[in-house]
Write a protein of this length. Structure first.
Length: 304
């Protein structure tokens, strides 16, 4: 939020362009793509709220992916395509993935039969939809997912991140969270106020579930109350108390908050995780933290 400038000796000879450039540099530095595995967490001693965000993928070790169809193959694709549509319908399920692609290309290149194309497309869709449904549903289920990245900032401090490709690295993320989420006051440890979008229904629940699953001891008891939560400010609940919830990025655009990674969304995380492109996931989670931190600054001054 902009604050009024108070000075007894206000210099009116200001280079506005230079000032704007400096302000943009400050914003850029806050979302600089610098992933860290630092376990010292000196920022856990800094006073201020904790803005944090998680990226998750399916926990395949406990909830395995559906097995792919082991098709026997049809042999000669052209022989199959020479048959009637009803005969093709009966045999198309035997085709391998490569054969299905070959069949479609060959059928589409000639006088294409719409019914045959629909049978081929239907078989392809049925094989992919089960896996896609597994990815989507398990990635956003707090009890069936695992953490692959966390982003955070304390107060207006540096936005940082950690990623995990295995359970040992995920344990380090959980240990980091429990330390960051606590602060000392008069020699005693207490929960630090947590900020996030939808954290009481998802992020906090994931932290609790994965801590139990991986044997990580909490530093305090998480309060997951939807309303009247003394530990957390859930931006989703704060902003949308009486209206339909919309995505955080939609709010950001409506409020003119810059989005460092506007082209990315959660649906891309699993594919990036499989490709081991953890730097892109780290950049994305830091982008979300930046947006949520700016959103909190605005909402905190607007809503009770």
């Amino acid at each position: 939020m902009n604050q009024p400038i108070e000075s007894d000796n206000l210099d009116l000879d200001i280079d506005i362009d230079s000032l704007l450039d400096e302000m943009q540099d400050d914003v850029d530095s806050e979302v600089e793509e610098t992933e860290t595995k630092d376990n010292s967490f000196s920022d856990s001693e800094i006073p201020g709220v904790l803005t944090y965000d998680l990226e998750t993928v399916p926990d395949e070790s406990r909830f395995p992916a559906p097995k792919k169809v082991q098709a026997s193959g049809v042999g000669d694709v052209e022989v199959l395509l020479s048959k009637t549509a009803n005969e093709i319908k009966k045999e198309v399920s035997d085709a391998t993935e490569d054969e299905l692609l070959d069949m479609r290309a060959k059928e589409a290149s000639g006088p294409a039969r719409k019914t045959v194309l629909s049978y081929i497309d239907g078989e392809v869709k049925s094989r992919s939809s089960e896996f896609e449904k597994w990815v989507k549903s398990n990635s956003v289920d707090p009890f069936r997912c695992k953490i692959c990245a966390i982003g955070w900032s304390v107060g207006r401090g540096e936005i940082r991140s950690m990623t995990a490709q295995n359970e040992d690295e995920e344990r380090e993320i959980l240990k980091a969270f429990w330390r960051l989420a606590s602060e000392s006051e008069k020699g005693e440890s207490k929960p630090r106020t947590r900020i996030g979008f939808g954290i009481t229904r998802f992020d906090d629940v994931v932290i609790a579930n994965r801590s139990i699953a991986l044997g990580i001891k909490p530093s305090f008891r998480l309060m997951l109350k939807k309303y009247g939560n003394k530990q957390a400010v859930d931006l989703e609940q704060l902003i949308f108390q009486n209206t339909k919830v919309v995505a955080a990025k939609s709010v950001a655009r409506a409020w003119s908050i810059s989005i460092p990674e506007p082209e990315m969304d959660g649906s891309q995380v699993y594919e990036l995780f499989q490709a081991e492109e953890m730097d892109k996931i780290a950049s994305y989670v830091r982008s979300d933290v930046y947006v949520e931190r700016e959103m909190y600054e605005i909402a905190h001054g607007m809503f009770e």
